[in-house]
Design a protein around this ligand. Structure first.
Ligand code: C2E
Ligand code: MG
Ligand code: MG
Ligand code: MG
Length: 286
């Protein structure tokens, strides 16, 4: 094809762009139907207390079982869901499903420490006017106690509109719901600002955990985040833990929790139920 250049110098008609737009439209259409058709699933990944190897929580991670395309990961549809606003009903469904599941699993898990259910919130969900109402509704309908729910938000979500963010985090705290800053270190948090945020957990981004041991800078950053979190009275979770060596470094640094393929991949609810029934620590390094 021959791209036609307009006055502004960009292609007015570009077949490849056309295909992209069509693809987006198709995906958006499919997504609108997917909730009704019950094509979404929530998978759960363990969070492990590094000193004991005990599972103390799980993170809910949404997947889309598309009838023609197979399993679609959130990275491939959350951004579009965010753009179209569909993330709000999808996110509400995830929240309620995760709360009900946590309530079901309580019977399989010793209550001390409680099994925490962590759910991700995107920017649009976080600033949606019905957020608090939706959270309360999910807690009430499931019967889950608020302190067993943790909401994960990224730095950009919190930094975007910090006044509003502080307000939301305060309300969550009043409810007794926990909150975590996700992917910490990848955004633009002001460290001074961090101390004013009513958070309960910092999650060190996996890009830093990756280099633990081999990379002096990454190791220094992880150590810094662990110390910073503890100084601020927060627990710290390392994400993307893949090797025993990383576990050893994290334990030496005093990191509280680990999450990653080393312990377990995200599991469908049936597989997670089996893991909870087995009740064994997830690390052989107790
Ligand atoms: P996240 O919240 O940082 O979740 C962790 C991601 O890292 C998950 O990817 C998980 O499968 C992956 N992961 C865990 N351990 C390892 C590891 O050892 N190595 C590597 N390479 N990866 C690991 P996933 O499930 O594809 O989710 C990607 C992102 O999509 C999440 O990042 C989160 O931001 C978003 N997301 C997932 N579920 C939801 C949801 O229900 N609502 C919203 N708003 N966002 C969601
Ligand atoms: Mg997360
Ligand atoms: Mg994360
Ligand atoms: Mg991440």
């Amino acid at each position: 094809y021959k791209a036609k250049k307009g006055k502004l110098g960009y292609a007015l008609y570009d077949p490849s762009m056309h295909a992209e737009v069509l693809e987006r439209l198709r995906l958006e259409n499919d997504m609108r139907r997917a909730l009704e058709e019950e094509e979404f699933e929530v998978h759960y990944q363990p969070k492990v207390q590094l000193t004991t190897g005990a599972m103390t929580g799980v993170e809910a991670l949404v997947r889309w079982r598309h009838p023609e395309r197979g399993m679609i990961s959130p990275g491939q549809f959350i951004p579009l869901a965010e753009d179209t606003g569909l993330i709000v009903p999808i996110g509400m469904w995830v929240l309620e499903t995760a709360c009900r599941q946590a309530k079901e699993w309580e019977a399989l898990h010793p209550d001390s420490p409680p099994l925490m259910m962590a759910v991700n919130l995107s920017a649009r969900q976080f600033r949606h006017p019905s957020l608090m109402e939706d959270i309360l509704a999910a807690l009430q309908r499931s019967g889950l106690e608020p302190h067993k729910l943790q909401l994960e938000v990224t730095e950009s979500v919190v930094m975007d509109n910090s006044e509003h963010a502080i307000g939301v985090l305060r309300e969550l705290r009043k409810l007794g719901v926990k909150s975590a800053m996700d992917d910490f270190g990848t955004g633009y948090s002001s460290l001074g600002y961090l101390k004013t945020l009513p958070l309960s957990n910092l999650k060190v981004d996996r890009s830093f955990v990756k280099g633990l041991g081999d990379n002096a800078e990454d190791s220094a950053i992880v150590r810094l985040v662990v110390d910073l979190a503890h100084t601020l009275g927060l627990k710290v979770t390392a994400e993307g833990v893949e090797t025993a060596e990383q576990v050893a470094h994290l334990k030496e640094m005093g990191c509280d929790l680990g999450q990653g393929f080393y312990f377990s991949r995200p599991l469908a609810s049936e597989a997670m139920t089996e893991l909870l029934e087995a009740g064994v620590p997830l690390s052989g390094t107790v």
